[in-house]
Design a protein around this ligand. Structure first.
Ligand code: PLP
Length: 397
């Protein structure tokens, strides 16, 4: 169906057609193994290193950070969080002397939340871990004062916070002071920057130990993510094997994907200001026009100090979010709601529930999100079809 309106950019984005063409030709041109000493290998290695240099330049990565490629942000986050917990395990040592506390929130993406759950519930080499979650409440992001209180109580060994929430769009506006404070207590901070990338400049605030980004959220293909890691952060690799990526992530490097990530990043960051204005305009139109017709809707987290311009999380009182999603899908609009549980049924979003939102409000919420390649026509049509779908849902009730 080509008359569909895709409003689920926080889940993934289409591959930019320009990048797709370039990717295909790169796959044909650069197939050497960067670890090989011959021409093909060294050529691939040079191009791989150049992709890292470009990323460093575009993001203005300070010199005391390294750049590592991973297959996904999930893999990078797991590696950094688990690897930091196990960092003090010496060769041959089977258990750590002290219990490890991981400081985070319950509104993190599953890539972080489930990773922490795994550490807490599974016996890893005799390491005993506990989680300590800073409550975010209906504000939707951790506050500096709460982080300080939790650190004083538990003295965590590592912290993981997202720069912006992929479901609500709430930006962790106190991240700079949180990072600085954690650094003063020598607690490494892993930052999930997946939802934040492409919306505002990326700043490496004092105290950030690692910043993670995913390619498929910025119109690159799936299968590539980047972790920018402070050289001082000690972490054990999760994938071991060859000496690639300074032994921090074994496996033959995917050079074409690395180049495409750098290209996608360049396009994204070059047009950042323009894209920001466009996305904010789409958000205003979407929310205002829906509210005009349905004054009872709740724009979740609307009053957060900073909200991503790309995301509108809306509760439609009296409507089951999953029913609405299916109806929207039938009307050719792709949006999202909560996460799929093991039975295949859709549950209200963990993130919204953990914020303390009433079950009915969380259960009636739908997330709409857009990206650099969303058009004015997509938004207009998305608004029109959403209004029509909600109206006919109400009439049927
Ligand atoms: N963190 C956030 C905030 C996300 O939105 C996502 C993906 O939806 C991830 C992490 C995981 O990224 P990936 O799909 O690259 O594993």
């Amino acid at each position: 169906m080509n008359n569909r309106v895709y409003l689920d950019a926080n889940a993934t984005t289409c591959v930019d057609p320009i990048l797709m063409g370039r990717y295909m030709s790169l796959c044909q041109e650069i197939w050497g193994n960067p670890s090989s000493a011959h021409h093909e290998g060294q050529n691939a290695k040079g191009i791989f290193l150049e992709a890292k240099r470009v990323i460093r330049e575009i993001l203005q990565v300070p010199p005391h950070f390294d750049i590592f490629f991973f297959s996904s942000a999930t893999e990078a986050l797991n590696t950094l969080i688990k690897g930091t917990v196990f960092r003090t395990l010496k060769k041959g040592e089977r258990s750590l002397s002290q219990q490890q506390t991981i400081l985070s929130t319950e509104v993190e993406h599953a890539a972080v939340f489930e990773c922490i759950h795994d550490l807490v519930t599974l016996p890893f080499s005799g390491v005993v871990c506990e989680s300590d979650f800073v409550p975010v409440g209906l504000y939707g992001a951790p506050k500096y004062s709460d982080v300080v209180r939790h650190v004083e109580e538990k003295l965590p060994s590592v912290a993981a916070f997202m720069a912006a929430n992929n479901e609500t769009g709430v930006v962790t506006d106190e991240l700079p002071i949180i990072a600085k404070y954690l650094s003063s207590r020598s607690i490494p901070l892993i930052v999930d920057g997946v939802a934040f990338l492409g919306k505002s400049p990326i700043l490496f605030h004092e105290g950030i130990s690692a910043y993670i980004f995913s390619g498929h959220k910025i119109h690159a293909p799936k299968g590539v993510a980047v972790a920018v890691v402070d050289k001082k952060l000690k972490f054990r690799p999760m994938i071991v094997g060859g000496p690639q990526e300074s032994k921090k992530r074994a496996g033959t490097e995917n050079v074409p994907l690395a180049v495409i990530f750098a290209d996608a990043l360049r396009i994204t960051m070059q047009s950042l200001e323009e894209t920001y204005k466009k996305l904010r305009h789409f958000q205003c139109c979407f929310e205002n026009e829906l509210e005009e017709v349905f004054p009872e809707i709740i724009i979740n987290c609307r009053h957060a100090k900073e909200r991503l311009p790309s995301t509108s999380n809306i509760s439609f009182p009296g409507i089951h979010g999953e029913d609405l999603l299916m109806a929207l899908d039938m009307a050719g609009v792709s949006a999202s709601h909560g996460s799929a549980c093991s039975s295949g049924a859709l549950e209200p979003s963990r993130v919204l529930l953990k914020m303390g939102m009433p079950h009915s409000q969380a259960g009636s919420s739908v997330r709409f999100s857009w990206s650099r390649l969303t058009t004015e026509q997509d938004i207009k049509e998305g608004i029109r079809r959403t209004i029509q779908t909600v109206k006919s849902y109400m009439e049927r009730k």
